[in-house]
Design a binder for this molecule. Structure first.
Ligand code: ZN
Length: 314
């Protein structure tokens, strides 16, 4: 069987708190999954051994053999597709440069590939989701950070070193809020979960209202649903920053669509309505009305696993 005809793939979503491993079929169904809490691990060897064991178990449980598995794809923070290494991920216990694809490959009889989580998200949308028939689109992942995966002319944009396509770290406000990347004013600081809460706090301050101390993005949506004007305004401010950030990316790339992914999209119309308006307002006139902003078409629970699996099923 060639890789293109193998019916299954393994998707590995590696995060700071959990690693989720799933067995995925070609139609994008996650058939079975396993979870490894990251708190168990202090060194990479034990982690890789457990990931490999979980994969062997998933394959055996379904009475499959590895000849039916196209490979294992890993979506990891700061994952580099070209080197197969995780490079200086700040939210993992494994520091420095970790050759994860090579280490896992030594314990599996199938190819292993690795990329960063946002690129994996774009691959998932392309292989299993709403971008199946698109060659030019952008996936923006909104969460702890703002990640992005870009397809241009039918190919995922990696750049010369594997770290291309980072819309979240384009600078919107020179000298603005300090970003985790060490620079100031990146889009991420205005549209990530912490950025959105900062927007809310600033909106409250400007209006001399007391901010709800435990506000998070879920609360902010609920508050907007109840008519809280500070919350509604905070989503508008978020949409303003995000809308301009992705309009800048769209001006460069002319995508057919922009997909948003991550729990923050549960804000629904509070985010999407002002976002679509601000985005269109800031596009070149020949692009206006031609680029759609959509929520991801992947199931939220499986999206990260599907994206990682897509790396070996494309
Ligand atoms: Zn940054």
């Amino acid at each position: 069987m060639s890789n293109e005809t193998k019916p299954y793939a393994i998707g590995i979503d590696m995060g700071g708190t959990n690693t989720d491993i799933g067995l995925v079929d070609r139609d994008g169904h996650c058939l079975a999954r396993k979870n490894l809490p990251m708190g168990r691990y202090t060194e990479i060897g034990a982690y890789v051994a457990d990931v490999a064991a979980a994969i062997h178990q998933l394959v055996a449980d379904r009475n499959l053999t590895f000849s039916e598995i196209a490979g294992a794809g890993i979506g990891a923070p700061n994952g580099n597709f070209f080197t197969g290494c995780i490079e200086h991920a700040s939210n993992l216990v494994f520091t420095g440069v970790v050759p994860l694809a090579k280490l896992l490959g030594e314990q599996l009889p199938v190819p292993v590939a690795l990329t960063n989580d946002a690129n994996a998200a774009a691959l998932g949308e392309k292989v299993y989701g709403g971008a199946r028939n698109m060659n030019d689109f952008i996936v923006i992942t909104l969460g702890t950070g703002v990640g992005s995966g870009i397809f241009a002319d039918g190919k995922l944009v990696y750049g010369h070193d594997g770290f291309g396509g980072e819309v979240g770290h384009t600078i919107l406000h020179p000298g603005g809020r300090l970003c985790t990347c060490g620079r100031k004013g990146c889009l991420e600081e205005y549209a990530s979960a912490r950025g959105i809460i900062q927007n809310y706090r600033e909106v409250c301050e400007e209006n001399r209202r007391e901010a709800y101390i435990e506000a998070d993005c879920r609360w902010l949506t609920e508050a907007a649903n109840k008519g809280d004007m500070m919350a509604i305004r905070a989503w508008e401010v978020t949409a303003w920053h995000l809308g301009i950030g992705i309009a800048n990316a769209a001006t460069t790339l002319a995508p057919e669509a922009i997909f948003l992914m991550g729990g923050i999209i549960n804000a629904g119309r509070w985010l999407f309505d002002p976002l679509r308006a601000i985005f269109n307002e800031h596009l070149l006139c020949m692009q206006k009305g031609k680029i759609t902003i959509l929520p991801t078409q992947l199931n939220a629970n499986d999206a990260a696993i599907l994206g990682a699996a897509a790396l070996v099923q494309l």
